[in-house]
Design a protein around this ligand. Structure first.
Ligand SMILES: Cc1cc2nc3c(=O)[nH]c(=O)nc-3n(C[C@H](O)[C@H](O)[C@H](O)COP(=O)(O)OP(=O)(O)OC[C@H]3O[C@@H](n4cnc5c(N)ncnc54)[C@H](O)[C@@H]3O)c2cc1C
Length: 223
């Protein structure tokens, strides 16, 4: 997904009032300040807030740990290759079920993605799994092949032990919420997750439907 498209699509839907996107600014930690508000320490100074949603993918785990909460998650590394390529490219997104590979038209070319590796969090797009993805996709495509102009990427899916996301209030940290752990389906589930979480964040409503997704389940399973 293109970040600029996401941003321009989201802007008109945001309610009026102070709001801003800050890109490239790391969140270093979250702690209560002396007034009882949340101070989000960032690389560009603190941000004070009464409510905070932690939605940092795999790295949510570290921010939760800073609040004394276990947010069990592992990195499910996957790969993609994007290329204008040559041959007949699909005009629609397709899931190639037997090979667990997805194809989607992307910015003038085709993106093929797949693979799921549990292991170290290194950003290396390794050649072997990328070749495998292209080889498997070729079985389904008429004659499309990637050209020399290629964008190779590796990404980390935030994968939980029970494959359920972590959505809802963070225990012991009133006003802090989490929305993460969506594993292989984060893009698909993001709108529904946001819809489910908004009443809790904005109105303090207890969402019973979110109970199965509570981060508390990891604490329970260790007893
Ligand atoms: C190859 C591949 C193919 C996929 N295909 C699909 C698909 O077809 N359909 C689908 O639904 N899902 C798919 N997914 C899964 C989907 O990409 C993830 O589920 C989704 O990206 C998770 O979203 P997220 O926002 O929780 O985490 P992320 O996308 O990982 O975003 C987290 C963001 O937080 C930032 N961040 C982390 N720590 C900090 C910090 N301390 N301070 C500031 N920022 C921080 C990171 O830089 C990142 O930008 C695929 C994933 C991969 C790897």
């Amino acid at each position: 997904m293109s970040v600029s498209r996401l941003r321009s699509g989201a802007e008109p839907s945001l309610s009026p009032g102070p709001r801003y996107f800050r890109e490239g600014v790391p969140v270093l930690g979250i702690a209560r300040d002396l007034t009882g508000q949340w101070a989000v320490a960032t690389g560009a100074g603190p941000v004070i807030a009464d409510r905070v949603v932690i939605s940092a993918g795999l790295w949510t785990k570290g921010l939760l740990r800073g609040l004394g909460v276990d947010g069990s998650m592992e990195a499910g590394k996957g790969y993609s290759i994007t290329s204008p390529g040559c041959g007949v490219a699909p005009r629609h997104a397709m899931k190639l079920i037997e090979s667990n590979i997805a194809c989607t038209p992307f910015e003038g070319g085709l993106r093929i993605s797949g693979g799921f590796e549990l292991g170290p969090v290194d950003g290396e797009p390794r050649a072997r799994p990328l070749r495998r993805i292209v080889r498997h996709a070729a079985r389904y495509l008429q004659d499309w092949r990637p050209g020399r102009n290629q964008l190779l990427l590796a990404g980390f899916r935030p994968a939980t032990p029970d494959s359920l996301p972590i959505i809802g209030p963070v225990p012991g940290a009133g006003g802090v919420f989490t929305s993460s752990g969506h594993g292989t389906l984060g893009l698909t589930l993001a709108p529904a997750t946001a819809d489910a979480l908004v009443p809790a964040v904005l109105h303090g409503t207890t969402q019973t439907g979110l109970a199965p997704f509570s981060v508390r389940r990891f604490a329970r399973s260790r007893r």
